[in-house]
Design a protein around this ligand. Sequence first.
Ligand code: PEP
Ligand code: MN
Length: 359
Amino acid sequence: MLVVMQAHATEEQVRAVCEKIEAFGFRAHSIPGAQRTAIGITGNQGMVEIGLEELPGVQEVIRVSKPYKLVSRDVKEDDTVIRFSAGAGGETATIGGSDLAIVAGPCAIESCEQAFAVAERVHRAGARFFRGGAYKPRTSPYSFQGLGLEGLKIMAEIRERFGLKIITEAIDNESLDLVEQYADVIQIGARNMQNFSLLKRAGRARKPVLLKRGMSATLEEFLMAAEYVMSEGNYNVILCERGVRTFADHTRNTLDLSLVPAVQKASHLPILVDPSHGTGKRDKVTPLSRAAIAVGADGLLIEVHNQPDRALSDGMQSLYPDQFDELMTEVRQIAAILHRGVPQPAADAAPTAQSAASR
Ligand code: PEP
Ligand code: MN
């Protein structure tokens, strides 16, 4: 159920409605919009009569017929924009606004040298978000599993040095505690999209959550996974299309760009596209990045490595830094047609010793 407040409703009136909902043992989610505040009610099984219509400031009480509620545009008409403050030495950044969010970095943090070499180049090219894995969900237990806490500490140093916002994956509740401490955004990977206890834990975290689509998830299952996070009180959720399993064998996955407008119709949440995992092939990453921006995605997640042929994971789909520069140039041109901005290359990023050596 959803309570729609009048446009001029006061904060006290909103609070009184929330208190009444909670007195019945339900959860109230107050979601301010550009025109008016809406209050989502969760925890109630079906329509219950709690007499909210009579309270001052209430315009109407409506039943949300879709299974996802807080994720839905019925609850919040305007797009969600997630804002990141500048922090020490950094710049402000957004995900979901008119500026595209460019997230780039290696699949896994392998060493301080490797991570800094990649970070220096993606920062210079204009990315505001650095993504690298410290905890890697690998198909084989014998593959590189990530550096764990050491990887998180390296990323914290990267934030310090370049002002980049850090995104990294949590694979279980234990790693989520640490990722919440070190990162700016907590990633939940495709394999965990329906790990409901992890989703609930992420919903209690104080950092935004980047939720990747499961490799066989429908639109509704994807949105329900986001609903799990939001139902716990964390409304800063970013969706990410990363390809699904099909019979096609010319790519690792089939990047489903039609999901972007479908999500945007159903939900107010931002949606990024990951053409790296979506194709698994380096030469397809830039063409599909262009397509993703053209279709209206709110940004990209791109794997970049300073030495892809030596990468400990996903080298085949990782761009060389020069290719990432080119991708940014092309994406900027397409974004301009759609009146969307892409951060300009960082002017002051002097090359570090490591990156100079790697070129
Ligand atoms: C990743 O982003 O590094 C990753 C493992 O992706 P996915 O969960 O989409 O497979
Ligand atoms: Mn990867």
